[in-house]
Design a protein around this ligand. Structure first.
Ligand code: CDP
Length: 229
């Protein structure tokens, strides 16, 4: 069967990664989390003194951007994809609220996007991938054969992120998370370069009322339809 490219975009914390990961596993495709790459750049800034008075030192980041290498590797036990920043496993550190509060500012910088989009296209050049993010169907892979745009209400999304952080052992505040979800939606939709928007040829999926299993069944159906064409 011919291999295709699957782009899953949408609003923050709407469960894109969960469904993208499960779909990739079931159909034998590779999964790439483009948001994890922006998160890793944000973490790099925090770890390397590139933030001063809460502001990103853009010139310092511009000079160092080519030294930031992000890779994914499957965990030996769980088989889940793990994010590495310059060879170090940062999968947990990139999910904190501190990183979430910085990431959309980092992701709005043109030179950051250019560098990461190059890396993303390289990852997808042999097809047979599922990549999730904000601009995968519009900018990274505009020719992707299957594009999905996912959304859900801000409250549902904040609750999902809250539960995820609790499961990771943190003690988050629901209202802080809701505020972050709303702020990131705004920043992601209004930035100049590659703003978050549904590609004209993407299928819309509002999963506020859907179970994970229901979504996955729907997605697999779309995959079958697309690869049967
Ligand atoms: O998982 P969550 O929905 O919280 O977000 P994410 O996929 O981890 O992405 C984190 C942030 O990275 C987003 O809020 C965007 O600002 C940025 N991002 C982006 O600009 N372009 C992408 N392709 C993916 C993420």
């Amino acid at each position: 069967m011919k291999k295709i490219t699957i782009a899953i975009d949408g609003f923050s914390s709407c469960g894109k990664s969960t469904m993208a990961k499960a779909l990739a596993r079931n159909i034998g495709y590779l999964y790439f989390d483009s948001g994890a790459m922006y998160r890793a750049v944000a973490l790099y800034c925090m770890q390397n003194g590139i933030i001063a008075n809460g502001e990103i030192d853009k010139e310092a980041l511009r000079q160092q951007i080519d030294n930031i290498k992000i890779t994914f590797c499957a965990d030996a036990e769980t088989k889940n994809s793990v994010t590495y920043l310059n060879g170090v496993n940062v999968e947990n550190e990139i999910r904190t609220l501190e990183v979430s509060q910085l990431v959309s500012h980092v992701a709005a910088l043109d030179f950051v996007r250019t560098a990461l989009i190059d890396q993303q296209r390289e990852m997808g050049k042999s097809k047979g991938i599922v990549m999730d993010g904000r601009d995968i169907g519009t900018t990274v892979f505009p020719d992707a054969e299957l594009k999905i745009f996912v959304t859900a209400s801000a409250e549902v999304r904040a609750k999902r992120r809250y539960d995820e952080l609790i499961a990771r052992g943190s003690t988050p505040d629901y209202n802080d998370i809701l505020a972050n979800v709303v702020e990131r939606d705004h920043l992601d939709q209004t930035r100049e370069i590659s703003p978050l928007r549904k590609a004209d040829d993407a299928l819309l999926l509002d999963n506020s009322e859907m179970t994970v299993e229901g979504q996955l069944a729907w997605l697999e159906e779309q995959f079958k339809l697309r690869t049967a064409e």
